[in-house]
Write a protein that binds this ligand. Sequence first.
Ligand code: AMP
Length: 185
Amino acid sequence: MTSKVYVSDEIKEEIVESSIRPLIRIVPDFPIPGIDFKDITPIVGDYAALELSTMFMSRPVQDLAVDKIAGISSRGLYFAPGIARLLHVGLVPLRKEGKLPWNTYSEDFTLEYGTGVMEMHQDAIKPGERVVVVDDVLATGGTMKAACNLVEQAGGVVVGIVVLIDLGLEVKYNLPVRPHALIQY
Ligand code: AMP
């Protein structure tokens, strides 16, 4: 059973534009020169904005018979647990290299301002499980692609991708499904 959200798209848009988007703080030249960093800590620091963001992010995937939510560390994990609770499913943390204590699958990735290695516990997803991947921001898509690859390494099926913000950059990677974003730039 999933929690349904009965709010029209128009009302949702109004709430997003009046109460969520204005809380995004744009920090120039962070973490490196040339990057306009979207600081979302004012959103997660505001109870109503956090609740509403989580609720609206869960909406496009609530009827997809989801088995697990995979949350990308660090800031995807601001939202993934709330979405997992709303969908009544478990949470799979996707962490930076060396943070998870058990046997892991591993993927290298390139993001807007650097590179990294992402890991997932090998027993976190069973073959055939239907997974939604959650992150805060979609920029080039490199981070999201690595997350989807980890799910697929375990035999899971990526049935949804949800982000709070889509920067509107050219997504250079072939993602298994079209991402849903609450806020477009
Ligand atoms: P990408 O892999 O290029 O799509 O970058 C997305 C990841 O990097 C997400 O996990 C974001 O947290 C982070 N990120 C990339 N660019 C930005 C940005 N301009 N502002 C905030 N976070 C960003």
